[in-house]
Design a protein around this ligand. Structure first.
Ligand code: ADP
Ligand code: MG
Length: 515
């Protein structure tokens, strides 16, 4: 304004000076406005960040809440949002299994058929074949009368093709019933290890006339219709498969966690603690419990207005609350909602941001790619904003803002998952808090922490490095370095399907010593 005053003071051509003054005034106004808009955007970020905060004291509250809810879910049917489902898996593979077994994995993004060959003595698993394929969309959400036949026929047909492709390796199997482990990752009510009734569909599946039906029976009938000499030996969900494979490799494995499209966990519980099923006779004194932890809820979870909107606009409001803050299906949509809010508060993303209105347009691999963009000018962020959201020419400081949003969402997700894991350890008396003696073994004059292995699977943990680092760090934060050094998270690649096949071996009619 100082120089303008001088110009005015000279007073050469008044009209021109006035015009200039107006132009300059608008420019200054723009700058002030843009600064104000930037302040607004930063405020959106700051409020979001504050709402997502997970200081270690808060995580410990989540740990306690998880352990409390586990108790409640074991005490009575419907006692908690955690279903704590009985799996009737009482024996986990111990490495002595031998033979050729098959696995099917249904319930994620891809459907898998596989075969394993086991040699006993905890041998490496030969995996002569795996086949992955997406489930045809029309089979996932069919409302037709024959829908359930179509889905199970699709599975049986894939299995048949797979078996027919087998080479000479299968000669030894001739005349022998092939035993199958079926991973079916939806909540089931089970009364035996080889059967289960579908409680509800999740993860976008919805098929007419299947809820309440026995899943193994549906598949066995489809196998029979095709003349396949195979039967379902074990029916499990993906976490149980991951636990089984983990235990095959390492007998200290007592729990498993999946963080992929959805999230869930299971662990080995003492039969005596499964109060809702008193008098449960188990040979081993233990049973794997499928927590269905995606549905966990606690007032201690750091929830924001974006989470509330995501939930209320979802097909399953008030359901799967933990999953909606953690798993791959949802992370990108939380990020989208925050960026959308920013774009509505200001024009930092330009004026055309209609793509931001499309639900689920940002998938979690894109979030990972932006978050992990280490180019100095955040080229990958610019590319994704341009190509996916059709937002061009985003200045560097705005790209940085987007990265920060990804960071806040992912960090919260990873730290909450870590708190969930420690909650399981606490329930098992393996968190070092000493409330239960079972977690410690006498070691001379002092008690030592027992080694605890948690098998883990899912692309969020295996493929998203920053997510994995945040999760690992949070476990150390909560437990302290000393205790967390006894806790090992072991990745089980393809654990859900492989584990089903290995568990089928453990339960096969040929009989093995287990656990
Ligand atoms: P599923 O859970 O479907 O059985 P995965 O464990 O492979 O299978 O998980 C797939 C989920 O993980 C998808 O939701 C996908 O968006 C997410 N995902 C896959 N790759 C990555 C990645 N590199 N970074 C972040 N998320 C990923
Ligand atoms: Mg999976």
């Amino acid at each position: 304004m100082g120089s303008m005053g001088k110009v005015l003071g000279v007073g050469l051509v008044v009209g021109c000076a006035v015009a200039m003054c107006v132009v300059a005034g608008t420019m200054v106004g723009k700058r002030v406005k843009s600064r104000r808009r930037w302040t607004k955007v930063v405020k959106v970020l700051e409020e979001f960040e504050e709402g997502c905060a997970t200081p270690v004291e808060k995580l410990r509250q989540v740990v306690d809440a998880m352990a409390v809810e586990m108790h409640a879910g074991l005490a009575s049917e419907g006692g908690s949002k955690l279903k704590m489902l009985l799996t009737f898996v009482q024996n986990l593979p111990n490495g002595s299994e031998k033979g050729v077994y098959y696995g099917l994995d249904l319930g994620g993004t891809n459907f898998r058929v596989l075969r394993v060959q086991l040699g006993g003595q905890r041998s490496a698993i030969l995996e002569p074949g795996v086949e992955r394929q997406p489930i045809p969309e029309h089979l996932m959400t069919s409302t037709s009368e024959v829908a359930k036949f179509e889905l199970f026929d699709f599975i049986a047909a894939s299995l048949q093709k797979f078996v027919e492709k087998e080479g000479n390796g299968s000669v030894a199997l001739e005349g022998k019933l092939r035993e199958l482990g079926f991973t079916f990752s939806f909540p089931m009510k089970q009364a035996s290890v080889s059967s289960g009734i579908l409680i509800k569909w999740t993860k976008g599946f919805s098929i007419h006339d299947t809820v309440g039906k026995d899943v193994s029976e549906c598949l066995n009938q489809a196998l029979e219709r095709r003349g396949l000499d195979m039967r379902v030996a074990v029916l499990i969900n993906d976490t149980v498969g991951t636990l089984a494979l983990g235990h095959y490799h390492d007998e200290d494995t007592v729990a498993a966690v999946i963080i992929g499209t959805g999230t869930n966990a299971c662990y080995l519980e003492r039969s005596d603690d499964i109060i809702k099923c008193q008098g449960l006779l188990t040979t081993s004194g233990a049973m794997v419990v499928n927590m269905e932890w995606g549905n966990f809820w606690s007032s201690h979870l750091p929830r924001t207005s974006y989470d509330i909107e995501l939930d209320s606009e979802s097909p399953n409001p008030n359901d799967q609350g933990f999953e909606k803050m953690i798993s791959g299906m949802y992370l990108g949509d939380i990020v989208r909602r925050v960026i959308l809010k920013m774009s509505q508060e200001s024009d930092v993303f330009g004026l055309s941001f209609s793509k931001l209105l499309t639900p689920f347009i940002l998938r979690s691999p894109l979030i990972a790619a932006m978050h992990e963009d280490d180019s100095p000018d955040l080229r990958e962020v610019a590319r994704i904003l341009g190509e996916i959201l059709e937002i061009g020419d985003v200045p560097l400081k705005v790209r940085k803002l987007v990265v920060k949003v990804c960071d806040v969402v992912t960090r919260r997700a990873a730290r909450l998952a870590a708190a969930g894991i420690v909650g399981i350890l606490k329930k098992m008396g393996r968190d070092g808090s000493g409330s239960t003696a079972s977690g410690k073994v006498k070691g001379g004059s002092h008690t030592k922490m027992r080694r605890t292995v948690v098998a883990i699977e899912g692309a969020l943990y295996t493929s998203y490095t920053l997510f994995r680092e945040y999760l690992n760090d949070a476990i150390a934060d909560i437990l302290g370095e000393d205790i967390s050094s006894h806790v090992v998270l072991k990745v089980m690649e393809d654990g859900s399907g492989m584990g089903a096949a290995v568990l089928a071996a453990a339960y096969s009619s040929s009989g093995q010593d287990t656990l």
